[in-house]
Design a protein around this ligand. Structure first.
Ligand code: 5BU
Length: 241
Protein backbone atom coordinates (compact mmCIF):
# COMPACT_ATOMS: atom_id res chain seq x y z
CA UNK A 1 0.00 0.00 0.00
CA UNK A 2 1.20 3.51 -0.81
CA UNK A 3 1.95 5.97 1.99
CA UNK A 4 -0.95 8.30 1.16
CA UNK A 5 -3.48 5.47 1.53
CA UNK A 6 -1.72 4.29 4.69
CA UNK A 7 -2.09 7.76 6.20
CA UNK A 8 -5.82 7.95 5.33
CA UNK A 9 -6.34 4.51 6.86
CA UNK A 10 -4.48 5.49 10.01
CA UNK A 11 -6.63 8.63 10.40
CA UNK A 12 -9.73 6.41 10.35
CA UNK A 13 -8.28 3.65 12.56
CA UNK A 14 -6.98 6.00 15.25
CA UNK A 15 -9.85 8.48 14.82
CA UNK A 16 -7.28 11.26 14.80
CA UNK A 17 -6.25 14.04 12.45
CA UNK A 18 -3.50 15.25 14.74
CA UNK A 19 0.15 15.72 13.86
CA UNK A 20 2.05 17.07 16.84
CA UNK A 21 4.90 19.41 16.09
CA UNK A 22 7.72 18.35 18.40
CA UNK A 23 9.76 21.54 18.33
CA UNK A 24 12.14 20.50 21.09
CA UNK A 25 15.87 20.93 21.33
CA UNK A 26 16.35 17.67 23.21
CA UNK A 27 15.72 14.16 21.90
CA UNK A 28 14.62 13.01 25.38
CA UNK A 29 11.70 15.47 25.25
CA UNK A 30 10.71 14.28 21.78
CA UNK A 31 10.65 10.66 22.86
CA UNK A 32 8.85 11.23 26.15
CA UNK A 33 6.11 13.29 24.47
CA UNK A 34 5.56 10.61 21.81
CA UNK A 35 5.17 8.12 24.69
CA UNK A 36 2.49 10.32 26.24
CA UNK A 37 0.52 11.14 23.07
CA UNK A 38 0.99 7.96 21.05
CA UNK A 39 -2.64 6.81 20.99
CA UNK A 40 -4.04 10.25 20.14
CA UNK A 41 -1.87 11.22 17.17
CA UNK A 42 -1.13 9.86 13.71
CA UNK A 43 1.98 11.85 12.91
CA UNK A 44 4.85 13.71 14.49
CA UNK A 45 6.61 16.61 12.85
CA UNK A 46 10.26 17.31 13.54
CA UNK A 47 12.79 20.06 12.87
CA UNK A 48 15.86 17.87 13.23
CA UNK A 49 18.21 20.83 12.89
CA UNK A 50 17.06 22.34 16.21
CA UNK A 51 17.86 19.18 18.21
CA UNK A 52 21.00 19.87 20.23
CA UNK A 53 21.81 16.26 21.11
CA UNK A 54 20.93 14.68 17.76
CA UNK A 55 22.38 11.18 17.50
CA UNK A 56 21.59 8.02 15.57
CA UNK A 57 20.75 5.86 18.54
CA UNK A 58 18.02 8.19 19.83
CA UNK A 59 16.80 8.74 16.32
CA UNK A 60 16.41 4.95 15.99
CA UNK A 61 14.54 4.87 19.28
CA UNK A 62 12.14 7.54 17.96
CA UNK A 63 11.58 5.66 14.70
CA UNK A 64 10.92 2.38 16.54
CA UNK A 65 8.46 4.00 18.91
CA UNK A 66 6.62 5.61 15.99
CA UNK A 67 6.51 2.38 13.95
CA UNK A 68 5.12 0.42 16.91
CA UNK A 69 2.33 2.95 17.34
CA UNK A 70 1.35 3.73 13.74
CA UNK A 71 2.79 7.21 13.82
CA UNK A 72 4.27 8.75 10.67
CA UNK A 73 7.35 10.96 10.90
CA UNK A 74 7.30 14.20 8.96
CA UNK A 75 10.60 16.11 8.83
CA UNK A 76 9.62 19.71 8.14
CA UNK A 77 12.85 20.52 6.29
CA UNK A 78 11.28 22.72 3.57
CA UNK A 79 13.99 21.97 1.03
CA UNK A 80 14.55 24.80 -1.46
CA UNK A 81 17.74 24.54 -3.50
CA UNK A 82 19.19 23.15 -6.71
CA UNK A 83 18.75 19.41 -7.19
CA UNK A 84 22.37 18.58 -6.50
CA UNK A 85 22.42 20.37 -3.15
CA UNK A 86 19.06 18.87 -2.23
CA UNK A 87 20.46 15.35 -2.65
CA UNK A 88 23.35 16.17 -0.32
CA UNK A 89 21.01 17.69 2.28
CA UNK A 90 18.48 14.86 2.12
CA UNK A 91 20.88 11.93 2.14
CA UNK A 92 23.92 13.25 4.01
CA UNK A 93 25.23 15.53 6.71
CA UNK A 94 24.61 14.72 10.34
CA UNK A 95 20.89 14.10 9.98
CA UNK A 96 20.69 11.74 6.98
CA UNK A 97 17.01 12.56 6.66
CA UNK A 98 16.38 9.93 3.97
CA UNK A 99 17.27 7.20 6.47
CA UNK A 100 14.32 7.86 8.75
CA UNK A 101 11.56 10.21 7.63
CA UNK A 102 8.28 9.02 6.12
CA UNK A 103 7.50 12.45 4.71
CA UNK A 104 9.37 15.65 4.01
CA UNK A 105 8.45 18.90 2.27
CA UNK A 106 9.56 21.34 -0.41
CA UNK A 107 9.23 25.00 -1.22
CA UNK A 108 8.20 25.20 -4.87
CA UNK A 109 9.76 28.56 -5.75
CA UNK A 110 12.83 26.63 -6.96
CA UNK A 111 10.89 24.76 -9.64
CA UNK A 112 10.48 21.05 -10.23
CA UNK A 113 14.15 20.02 -10.48
CA UNK A 114 14.20 19.31 -6.77
CA UNK A 115 11.15 17.03 -7.09
CA UNK A 116 12.81 15.05 -9.90
CA UNK A 117 15.81 14.48 -7.63
CA UNK A 118 13.57 13.52 -4.71
CA UNK A 119 11.96 10.93 -6.94
CA UNK A 120 15.34 9.56 -7.96
CA UNK A 121 16.78 9.18 -4.47
CA UNK A 122 13.87 8.69 -2.06
CA UNK A 123 12.93 5.32 -0.58
CA UNK A 124 9.88 3.79 -2.22
CA UNK A 125 7.75 4.26 0.89
CA UNK A 126 8.53 7.97 1.28
CA UNK A 127 6.29 10.81 0.13
CA UNK A 128 6.74 14.55 -0.37
CA UNK A 129 4.56 17.55 0.45
CA UNK A 130 4.63 20.90 -1.33
CA UNK A 131 4.33 24.11 0.67
CA UNK A 132 1.45 25.84 -1.11
CA UNK A 133 0.38 28.24 1.62
CA UNK A 134 1.88 29.33 4.93
CA UNK A 135 0.34 30.41 8.21
CA UNK A 136 2.58 33.34 9.05
CA UNK A 137 1.76 37.01 8.54
CA UNK A 138 3.11 38.71 5.45
CA UNK A 139 4.29 35.64 3.54
CA UNK A 140 4.57 35.92 -0.27
CA UNK A 141 2.70 32.71 -1.17
CA UNK A 142 -0.21 34.23 -3.12
CA UNK A 143 -2.92 32.52 -5.15
CA UNK A 144 -0.89 32.32 -8.36
CA UNK A 145 2.01 30.70 -6.43
CA UNK A 146 -0.50 28.25 -4.95
CA UNK A 147 -1.97 27.40 -8.37
CA UNK A 148 1.50 26.74 -9.82
CA UNK A 149 2.26 24.56 -6.81
CA UNK A 150 -0.91 22.53 -7.48
CA UNK A 151 0.16 22.06 -11.12
CA UNK A 152 3.55 20.82 -9.96
CA UNK A 153 1.97 18.29 -7.60
CA UNK A 154 -0.34 17.00 -10.33
CA UNK A 155 2.68 16.41 -12.57
CA UNK A 156 4.48 14.45 -9.85
CA UNK A 157 1.75 12.37 -8.28
CA UNK A 158 4.09 9.40 -7.91
CA UNK A 159 6.21 11.19 -5.30
CA UNK A 160 4.14 14.15 -4.10
CA UNK A 161 1.30 13.08 -1.81
CA UNK A 162 -0.03 16.40 -0.58
CA UNK A 163 0.28 20.00 0.46
CA UNK A 164 0.94 22.22 3.40
CA UNK A 165 -1.93 24.63 3.04
CA UNK A 166 -4.60 26.46 4.96
CA UNK A 167 -7.49 24.82 3.05
CA UNK A 168 -8.17 22.02 0.58
CA UNK A 169 -6.73 23.13 -2.75
CA UNK A 170 -6.84 20.00 -4.93
CA UNK A 171 -8.76 16.71 -4.84
CA UNK A 172 -6.79 13.52 -4.47
CA UNK A 173 -4.05 14.95 -2.28
CA UNK A 174 -3.53 15.08 1.48
CA UNK A 175 -3.77 18.51 3.07
CA UNK A 176 -1.82 19.32 6.23
CA UNK A 177 -2.44 22.60 8.05
CA UNK A 178 -0.13 24.31 10.54
CA UNK A 179 -1.09 27.36 12.62
CA UNK A 180 -3.68 25.61 14.78
CA UNK A 181 -4.57 26.62 18.33
CA UNK A 182 -7.73 26.42 20.38
CA UNK A 183 -7.51 29.60 22.40
CA UNK A 184 -5.13 32.07 20.75
CA UNK A 185 -5.11 33.90 17.43
CA UNK A 186 -1.35 34.35 17.21
CA UNK A 187 1.95 34.20 19.08
CA UNK A 188 4.06 37.24 19.94
CA UNK A 189 5.86 36.89 16.59
CA UNK A 190 4.36 36.26 13.11
CA UNK A 191 2.37 33.07 13.65
CA UNK A 192 -1.39 33.22 12.94
CA UNK A 193 -3.71 30.56 14.35
CA UNK A 194 -7.08 29.13 13.43
CA UNK A 195 -9.04 26.61 15.48
CA UNK A 196 -9.16 22.88 14.72
CA UNK A 197 -12.85 23.04 13.76
CA UNK A 198 -12.33 25.97 11.41
CA UNK A 199 -9.39 24.36 9.65
CA UNK A 200 -11.16 21.02 9.21
CA UNK A 201 -14.22 22.83 7.80
CA UNK A 202 -11.95 24.02 4.97
CA UNK A 203 -11.47 20.42 3.86
CA UNK A 204 -8.03 19.59 5.23
CA UNK A 205 -7.02 16.18 6.61
CA UNK A 206 -4.28 16.71 9.17
CA UNK A 207 -3.78 19.49 11.70
CA UNK A 208 -0.26 20.36 12.77
CA UNK A 209 -0.29 21.46 16.40
CA UNK A 210 2.81 22.57 18.26
CA UNK A 211 2.73 24.89 21.26
CA UNK A 212 -1.04 24.50 21.67
CA UNK A 213 -0.26 21.01 22.96
CA UNK A 214 3.37 20.88 23.98
CA UNK A 215 3.35 23.91 26.29
CA UNK A 216 0.28 22.65 28.08
CA UNK A 217 0.39 21.41 31.69
CA UNK A 218 -1.48 18.26 30.76
CA UNK A 219 -0.50 17.38 27.20
CA UNK A 220 -2.64 14.27 26.97
CA UNK A 221 -5.80 16.09 28.02
CA UNK A 222 -5.07 19.04 25.76
CA UNK A 223 -4.26 16.81 22.79
CA UNK A 224 -7.55 15.02 23.31
CA UNK A 225 -9.41 18.35 23.01
CA UNK A 226 -7.75 19.01 19.64
CA UNK A 227 -8.39 15.44 18.51
CA UNK A 228 -12.07 15.48 19.38
CA UNK A 229 -12.81 18.86 17.79
CA UNK A 230 -10.97 17.89 14.62
CA UNK A 231 -12.29 14.33 14.36
CA UNK A 232 -15.95 15.20 15.02
CA UNK A 233 -15.83 17.83 12.26
CA UNK A 234 -13.85 15.59 9.90
CA UNK A 235 -16.33 12.74 10.36
CA UNK A 236 -19.29 14.95 9.50
CA UNK A 237 -17.65 16.60 6.54
CA UNK A 238 -16.45 13.32 5.05
CA UNK A 239 -19.56 11.25 5.87
CA UNK A 240 -17.65 8.82 8.07
CA UNK A 241 -19.97 6.76 10.25
P1 5BU B 1 3.09 26.12 16.64
O1 5BU B 1 3.81 25.98 17.94
O2 5BU B 1 1.77 25.32 16.58
O3 5BU B 1 2.90 27.54 16.21
O4 5BU B 1 4.10 25.42 15.61
C1 5BU B 1 3.84 25.32 14.25
C2 5BU B 1 4.86 24.46 13.55
O5 5BU B 1 4.51 24.38 12.17
C3 5BU B 1 6.28 25.00 13.58
O6 5BU B 1 7.16 23.89 13.66
C4 5BU B 1 6.47 25.70 12.25
O7 5BU B 1 7.79 25.61 11.78
C5 5BU B 1 5.54 24.94 11.34
N1 5BU B 1 4.91 25.72 10.26
C6 5BU B 1 4.06 26.78 10.51
O8 5BU B 1 3.81 27.15 11.66
N2 5BU B 1 3.49 27.45 9.46
C7 5BU B 1 3.72 27.13 8.17
O9 5BU B 1 3.15 27.73 7.26
C8 5BU B 1 4.60 26.03 7.94
C9 5BU B 1 5.16 25.36 9.00
BR1 5BU B 1 4.93 25.54 6.17
Amino acid sequence: MKIKEKIYNTIIEKESNICVSLDYTSFEDIISVIEILKDKIIMVKTHCDIIENYNDSMRKKMVKLCKENNIFIFEDRKFADIGNTFIAQFTGGIYKIREWCDITNFHTLVGEGIINEFKSCKKESQGGLLVAEMSNKGNFLDSSYRDKTVEMAQKHKDSIIGFISQRKICDGFLHLTPGIRLRESGDDKDQQYTTPGEAISKGVDILIVGRGIITSENMLEECEKYRVEAWENYKKLNNIL
